[in-house]
Design a protein around this ligand. Structure first.
Ligand SMILES: NC(=O)C1=CN([C@@H]2O[C@H](COP(=O)(O)OP(=O)(O)OC[C@H]3O[C@@H](n4cnc5c(N)ncnc54)[C@H](OP(=O)(O)O)[C@@H]3O)[C@@H](O)[C@H]2O)[C@@H](O)CC1
Ligand SMILES: Nc1ncnc2c1ncn2[C@@H]1O[C@H](COP(=O)(O)OP(=O)(O)O)[C@@H](O)[C@H]1O
Length: 303
């Protein structure tokens, strides 16, 4: 991180995220009695190469249970590995190519991409197509989506797509992915996390979410938040996919980014805290349980 701009070098104090109910009223606003599924957005989740289909299901299920009107899943495979999700047949499952082709007619209002996407030629092509063709829809990029973004050969194109977008772009790296995006190592990221997240937001002209204990969120204009919820129960495979689906859900529903993004981070951690308080985990807590607890808190927030 040698080329840190001066405005970032003087990192501000992050706003602590403790009391989600007072900080994120837009997340907890009651629904209009007249609302219908079209009032609550449509999210498409793109990822899920063979062997990692579960990553897309976790993100899509999280989006569904956060209240998205309609949720589509697009797998990075020639056909969808399942005709439907037996646990949530509400989800609409497609091969990613078919989903991208139909995107215009499906009324998709936001995308979450990269969860289990993999490193194949197909993955690269799909991401290229998504970023190039959806300038006006919010896009959350996670996991392998971030690994592709970090590839030096791709950076000029990816970066121009990100900077020219007319809707929020959200990068959700863990420290390993952040290190690749900033050309450093994990120790370099962890040594100064506020500086790292601000650098990410500035370099990629995006919202940046640097995950791990005390997740940091930085807006494109440098505003900074630090999460105060969450616990090591979240240190298990798939919880990051859930977070990416939650952020995508709130953006798809039209929640403003400064409520949707730090709000989802807080709620995700608060769900893990709720589980521990009610006897589930931290050991053995699953990503699927985090989704259910987040839904409980969304409807019955702690006073
Ligand atoms: N059910 C499914 O289908 C699931 C599918 N999944 C999908 O699998 C894909 C690959 O994901 P992955 O977990 O295999 O590798 P990846 O995320 O690159 O991490 C490895 C590297 O990052 C580092 N690192 C990670 N976290 C860190 C931290 N907090 N703090 C510090 N370092 C950290 C770690 O460092 P280490 O400590 O191991 O040296 C190592 O260098 C991805 O698309 C995902 O969506 C998963 O979500 C699981 C459920
Ligand atoms: N010790 C911890 N305390 C709080 N949150 C944690 C802890 N460990 C992991 N998390 C959270 O769990 C999630 C893990 O995401 P990620 O590393 O992308 O996993 P995966 O790729 O398996 O879904 C992130 O939201 C991260 O902040």
């Amino acid at each position: 991180m040698s080329s840190l701009p001066a405005r970032i070098a003087s990192a501000r104090q992050p706003v602590p995220l403790q009391d989600g109910l007072s900080l994120f009223p837009a997340l907890f606003a009651p629904r209009s009695a007249l609302s219908h599924k079209g009032s609550h957005g449509s999210l498409a989740v793109l990822g899920g190469a063979a062997g990692m289909s579960g990553a897309v299901l976790l993100a899509a299920r999280a989006a569904l249970l956060m209240g998205t009107g309609k949720v589509f899943a697009g797998f990075c495979q020639t056909v969808s590995p399942l005709p439907c999700d037996p646990q949530h047949p509400e989800l609409m499952l497609h091969a990613a190519d078919a989903l991208l082709e139909a995107a215009g007619s499906l009324g998709i209002s936001a995308w979450t991409a990269g969860c289990g996407l993999g490193r194949s030629d197909m993955a690269e092509r799909l991401l290229h197509q998504l970023l190039g063709s959806q300038p006006m829809q919010p896009i959350v990029l996670d996991a392998d989506g971030l690994r592709w973004l970090a590839e030096p050969a791709h950076r000029p194109f990816w970066r121009s797509c990100l900077t020219q977008a007319g809707a929020p772009r959200v990068l959700t790296p863990h420290p390993g992915e952040a290190a690749a995006l900033l050309d450093t190592d994990i120790a370099g990221i962890q040594a100064d996390r506020p500086r790292a997240v601000m650098h990410l937001a500035q370099r990629y002209d995006c919202w940046a979410v640097l995950k791990g204990a005390g997740t940091l969120v930085c807006a494109p204009d440098g505003r900074l938040w630090q999460n105060g919820s969450g616990n090591p129960g979240l240190a298990s495979g798939g919880t990051g996919d859930v977070l990416a689906g939650m952020i995508g859900s709130f953006l798809a529903q039209g929640v403003p980014p400064e409520q949707a993004i730090p709000g989802a981070v807080w709620l995700h951690g608060a769900a893990a805290d709720y589980l521990v308080a009610h006897g589930t985990g931290p050991k053995g807590m699953t990503a699927s349980e985090v989704i259910l607890a987040a839904r409980t808190l969304l409807n019955h927030p702690p006073a």
